[in-house]
Design a protein. Sequence first.
Length: 206
Amino acid sequence: MKKPNYMVIASRNKGKTAEIRELLSGFPITIKNLDDFGPIPEVEEDGQTFDENAYKKASFTARVLGHPALADDSGLVVDALNGAPGVFSARYAGPDATNEERFGKLLQEMEGVTNRKAAFECVISIAVPTGPALTYEGRCEGIIAESPAGTRGFGYDPIFFYPPLKKTFAELTREEKGRVSHRGKALAEFRNEFDNIIKWIEIHMP
């Protein structure tokens, strides 16, 4: 049975793709993303949970391209905002908002709020064209900073302060972030089960 030689990340996000490539470096599989292919329809992320959205993106991409696909749905969950922005993290300030506009809106909503507990959550779904999928999850707890700091990372990283390292995610190196982040933890599970995942893909690929 032919081994899968590459996996498609169901995303065009360069920061996310770079993180995943680095975390999976050393494994005998090439990571591509949607930019490596022609235009394909957008997936409507209308799930109520990270799990639903991750599966929807991975399954759709696998069916359209005919290759194993990995999708991550992740976001920031803030205690004082009843879990917002949650699954709407990427669209929190509108569909075309910049990272700065998104975390700027969040900082405005947190003005004067003393409970600044928050967590990044991530669900990774690995799907094949026939429909089945595997799921991995990760969570990282921190607090919302009073103001942005750091120039690395993407998304809400400049305002997510991680107390054990006394830095925001945007101040961490990619290696540091990979060890402690929600996505890093989910991908660590993936790495640990890599051989089994490849066998599972071989069994389920048409």
